[in-house]
Design a protein around this ligand. Structure first.
Ligand code: F6P
Length: 353
């Protein structure tokens, strides 16, 4: 079998670990297997950039961060609006390489394109990558555990300096549409206020929660706000109007606005910290290494058994395959009544609502 591999969209820890699991397994299952690494995601498939990957390439990369193939974003919307050109180019290169299957590691955007290619007749298998953990149909995406570890450590470190200076620290955690990472890291590090896009906040309530906390003996406060946290008034607007207003107000995310309000209304010394892409960098955590290995191996079995048009998922601790057509275009949001949200509320965390 000839198989193409690509990593697409924003990177995360664990991409190489998944490819290792896949490569080692497929080379064992299929003695005649040939693997081709496609450079920089779908861009490499459009532009015809790939290289042969021997078995050796899949050794020594379990703990390596980033992706040995490179990645890029090729938005789905552009694929559509620019006509069938790019899809045609991908189909032509798939044929030119003589592929029997294409394995794509990526997030929601990657899966949309994967579903499209599958509909066009290509044999595609997906693997769910993202620090956002927001792919529909899987309990866990790889890269998430590692990012939770990094974000948690960032908050732990902020807590000690916040306590020394009696400050309020607002940490902005990645996650534009969904708040899984902020929720898990926030709870794990004992944040006092957790703000996620799925639970719009009321600024007065956030300031109130900070005041309640700083008035007590422990006169410091940690606010963990997702990149995409929004207040209730913004949430009531349509997306375009929301973006227009945000741009007009200097493009500031909620974290900056919250810090300004806390410092102005409570005269509390406040700092904003944005760890940003540090949350995506570095090697995978032990839990991710295990998950990546399981998922990569499972994908190899799917390909070997010619079960195409699917993506790997975990549900209730077991590995499974979801149809690309069923999950593409959907987002797994944090349910407002999620067990961890309820647990956080029980221990006194404010969601600013
Ligand atoms: O999807 C992963 C993610 O890290 C989001 O949490 C974040 O909003 C976005 O990617 C950042 O993207 P970029 O790499 O383009 O800055």
């Amino acid at each position: 079998m000839k198989i193409g591999l690509l990593t697409s969209g924003g990177d995360c820890a664990g991409l190489n670990a998944v490819m290792r699991g896949f490569g080692k397994t497929i080379y064992t299952l299929d003695k005649g297997a040939e693997l081709y690494g496609i450079t920089d995601g779908y861009a490499g498939l459009v532009n015809g950039e790939w290289r042969k990957m021997d078995r050796d390439e899949f050794s020594g990369i379990l703990t390596l961060g980033g992706t040995i193939l490179g990645t890029s974003r090729l938005p789905y919307k552009k694929l559509i609006t620019e006509g069938a050109d790019k899809i045609d180019a991908m189909k032509a290169n798939y044929k030119k390489m003589g592929l029997d299957a294409l394995v794509v590691l990526g997030g929601n955007g990657t899966h949309k394109t994967a579903a499209l290619l599958s509909k066009e007749g290509l044999n595609v298998v997906g693997l769910p990558k993202t620090i956002d953990n927001d792919i529909w149909g899987t309990d866990m995406t790889f890269g998430f555990y590692s990012a939770v570890d990094v974000a948690t450590e960032c908050i732990d470190r902020l807590a000690t300096t916040a306590a020394s200076h009696r400050r309020t620290m607002v940490i902005e955690i990645m996650g534009n549409k969904t708040g899984w990472l902020t929720l898990y890291a926030g709870v794990a590090a004992g944040a006092d206020v957790i703000l996620i896009p799925e639970i719009p906040f009321d600024l007065d309530k956030v300031v109130e929660a900070v005041a309640k906390r700083t008035e007590r003996k422990k006169a410091f406060c940690i606010v963990a706000a997702a990149e995409g946290a929004i207040d209730k008034r913004e949430a009531a607007l349509d997306k375009k109007e929301r973006e227009r207003r945000k741009a007009a107000a200097g493009g500031l995310n909620a974290s900056a606005r919250i810090a300004a309000a806390v410092s102005e209304r409570l005269q509390n010394e406040t700092r904003v910290v944005v760890p940003g892409h540090i949350q995506r960098g570095g090697g995978p955590s032990p839990l991710d290494r295990a998950l990546c290995t399981e998922m990569g191996v499972y994908a190899a079995r799917l390909v070997y058994e010619k079960r195409f048009g699917v993506t790997v998922a975990t549900t209730g601790g077991a590995l499974t395959a979801n149809r690309l057509a069923d999950i593409a275009g959907k987002t797994k949001f944090v349910p407002a009544e999620h067990e961890l949200v309820r647990a956080a509320r029980s221990v006194g965390v404010s969601f600013g609502d």
